[in-house]
Write a new protein. Structure first.
Length: 302
């Protein structure tokens, strides 16, 4: 039997199905291209005062999205139109709210617009919280060599209403001293200031520990006077060698009626004469020379 007509009908059917499939695909693509961006980020955020970034707005779309803000408190922010990062301008102060209701709740409208001009809006609410008054140290511990220095910084957590004076104090000034008091003003309170710790060179050979405490009791801002400030632990790395002697040899082989030598020096300079007496355990087999005396002048001479 001739199956050509059947084959023709089958090919026409497949072609029709392919056209239908492509038509549906085109319709779906057109449909997707006509859908406005969809927000996936939260509509609310809570941030502490003095924080620069308020929120990051995120939306999804088949095309490139451009972000913008408008509305009640939009003037208090700036936005990166590409990334959606919204920043305070300037950073918020809980004690002096800049929002329209002066209640530390900032409200604006975010808009996400795709390349075809389709846009979606979302109302955003940013709540600013109060930062606790306090002083932060850049580190909790450090090491200082004798006669050496090391540093750390202190900074206020919140803007003061008057000058804040922070005084560092060493609990053992024979081992380490610290620099003088730091003054933070309403203008520089957020700028870290440096505390310098200086090790004291002494004669002992001990790695000592020192605690640096801090007080703001002399501050003009009453709120900072009673603030508890963490201390900094300091380890003094001693640079003195351990007292002792160094020998040029610990064993030797000598023949009968022959001699051999070794040398001895002190490891550290003494404060007075040091005598070292060599002793033979068997004078019938070997004898040794007499007492060696080391002074503050020849202690390191063999």
């Amino acid at each position: 039997l001739d199956d050509q007509p059947f084959r023709a009908r089958a090919m026409m059917s497949l072609a029709t199905l392919d056209m239908v499939k492509r038509s549906k695909q085109i319709k779906i693509e057109k449909l997707l291209n006509n859908i406005a961006p969809v927000f996936t980020s939260s509509a609310t955020a809570s941030v502490a005062e003095n924080t620069a970034t308020a929120i990051t707005i995120v939306a999804t779309d088949e095309q490139t999205i451009t972000y913008s803000i408008s509305g009640t408190d939009a003037a208090d922010f700036s936005i990166n139109s590409s990334t959606g990062v919204v920043s305070f301008n300037p950073v918020p102060d809980y004690e002096s709210p800049a929002d329209s209701d002066t209640n530390n709740i900032y409200i604006f409208t975010a808009t996400a617009t795709d390349a075809k001009g389709l846009a979606t809006t979302q109302n955003i609410e940013i709540i600013v919280t109060n930062a606790e008054q306090g002083v932060s140290a850049s580190q909790s511990s450090l090491t200082v060599g004798e006669a050496g220095t090391n540093t750390y910084t202190l900074v206020l957590n919140d803007a003061p209403t008057a000058d804040v004076v922070v005084t560092p104090t060493s609990n053992n000034t024979n081992a380490a001293t610290v620099s003088s008091a730091l003054t933070f003003t309403m203008a520089n309170w957020a700028t870290p200031q440096t505390v310098t710790v200086t090790g004291v060179n002494d004669a002992n050979t001990i790695n000592e520990s020192v605690t640096i405490s801090h007080s703001a009791a002399n501050s003009l801002d009453a709120g900072y006077k009673a603030v508890s400030i963490a201390s900094v632990a300091v380890t003094l790395a001693d640079d003195d060698a351990v007292a002792g002697i160094t020998q040029s040899a610990t064993s030797a082989t000598i023949g009968e009626a022959s001699t051999g030598t070794y040398t001895v020096v002190l490891n550290t300079q003494p404060t007075g004469d040091v005598t070292i007496t060599p002793v033979s355990s068997d004078t019938g087999a070997a004898t040794v020379s007499g007492v060696m005396t080391f002074t503050t002048g020849n202690w390191n001479t063999a």
